[in-house]
Design a protein. Structure first.
Length: 178
């Protein structure tokens, strides 16, 4: 399934389950972000490999919980990744890899954007708009993400520019305003 359809359906169900829609959306992209680039580079034998397994979901969920100590965040992440696998279900999924051996299909990348996929994406986009309009948490989370990225950028500037970090950071800010 294409990204917009994945995102829309995941956001809507996460919202209905009172989970974090933003974390679920990000997590729903993780399996393809792990497997597809490494498959294209010839490292993985299939575009659905270790990122499309229960093993990856469990390990990453535990890591997210250990780093954040927030149950809701970890559950939302787990839900997002699981949703990706369920939505990929019409095709091959190596659920129990590496504990079970699979014959990975050597299917090449098919980028035939059919009418069905287009309609799925439109449906996904509609769902995403509905969630965005009705779920205040998602709006708050996006703002939060913006602030967090700003903080990371600030810390990055301080690390890169060292002692004069504050001056440099303020200069950047003033330049931006100008
Ligand atoms: Zn996938």
């Amino acid at each position: 399934m294409f990204p917009i359809a994945h995102i829309g359906i995941t956001a809507l169900i996460a919202s209905l389950l009172s989970l974090s829609p933003l974390i679920a959306i990000i997590a729903s992209q993780i399996p393809d972000l792990i497997d597809k680039p490494l498959y294209i580079l010839g490292v993985f034998p299939s575009g659905r490999y270790i990122g499309h397994t229960l093993f990856a979901i469990i390990i990453l969920t535990i890591l997210i919980y250990l780093f954040s100590r927030k149950k809701i965040l970890a559950i939302s992440f787990c839900f997002g990744m699981l949703m990706h696998l369920l939505q990929d279900l019409p095709y091959f999924i190596p659920w129990f890899y590496p504990f079970k051996n699979y014959e990975f299909p050597k299917s090449s990348f098919q980028l035939n954007y059919t009418l069905e996929l287009f309609l799925l994406d439109i449906t996904g986009l509609t769902m995403l708009i509905i969630v965005y309009k009705n779920n205040r948490q998602l709006v708050a989370e996006i703002l939060n993400l913006k602030n967090t990225s700003y903080e990371i950028y600030k810390k990055f500037c301080q690390t890169v520019y060292g002692k004069n970090s504050k001056n440099q950071f303020n200069k950047n800010k003033i330049n931006k305003k100008l």
